[in-house]
Design a protein around this ligand. Sequence first.
Ligand SMILES: *Cc1c(COP(=O)(O)O)cnc(C)c1O
Length: 362
Amino acid sequence: MNARAIDSTAATGGDASSRLGRECFHAVSLYDPDSTPYEIDLSDNTNLWGVPPAAQAAIAAIGIETIARYPAPYASSLKQSIADYLHVDPSMIVTGCGSDDVLDSAIRAFGSPGDRVAIPDPSFSMIPVFARINGLEPFLIPLGRDGGLSASAFNESGSRITYLCSPNNPTGTSLRRADIDEITSNARGIVIIDQAYAEFSGISLTDLVDEHEHVLITRTMSKAFGLAGLRIGYGIGSPDLVREVEKSRGPYKVSVVGERAAVAALGEDLAWVGSHVAQMKLNRARFIGALERLGLMPLPTDANFVLVPVANAKQVSELMKNDGVAVRSFENLYDIGGAVRITIGPWDMMDRCVSALASSLQ
Ligand SMILES: *Cc1c(COP(=O)(O)O)cnc(C)c1O
């Protein structure tokens, strides 16, 4: 078994010269994605069809004088809209400045310095960072290429917080329900299930929060709903659990503009979201066919991206960028090695991507 705690001095190459911050910050680097504008950006899994119409109209209709006042402290109208969308009670919803904020706040709410956070490897790269900046220890547990997880490795890790991501970023695979159930039933502390890509998979896990008081599901308006720039995310859990996350989060984390746009999108843009999810799936199948004709073997995916194992992932992504197409490269992923992660968008973008990828492999 390869489960391991990360050596916090070596892991991310943090700025060793900074000794003003807390000790647990020393190994943490600032998030540094390549933000050069490329003609076609397939690197961050946002909605490449853009912003849905009702959200656009809501933003345009905001009176400028509104901006001089604070928003509602815990975004009560947004909570109501999310509750209606998911058919749960608003007392089971916590919102945040992106789901990143909800994840960070939840780790801080339920973990004390020194506690372990169990995280599948590979998974969402921000989770070890949120663990560390709150003084907790990331503890990585291998995720099989087929999406299989060892429930016993999680249960034996002694973790206060368990993080699962389904569909998983960066692999795209959904976790098996049997693994989720077993890990959840035996977990010592809280279980966070990150469903940033739920709308693409069509698999809801919200029944878990009815059964278990210690489960928090997180979701976002940044992916299927096309609102990444507004930073809106949320969590679903038992009212007691949600209240603790809100204490940790603090008031006023969702802006007036973000709340109005998100409420509109959840009310009137569901058909837009659904039809673009359907279009994404068609393009994804067609794109996977094109990859296979190039001799590539992408991982099975339930999300709006595909992970494609390639030798020299860094070089492939650099060559593609020279061709105007940005994708995200990964090296040394557990059980996979090097790979590029490619967001699925309108077909003209995918067509350009296939050409750039094919010539990068020459
Ligand atoms: C994109 C993403 C998020 C964060 O999204 P926000 O924009 O902060 O809501 C969270 N988890 C995973 C797995 C993601 O891919």
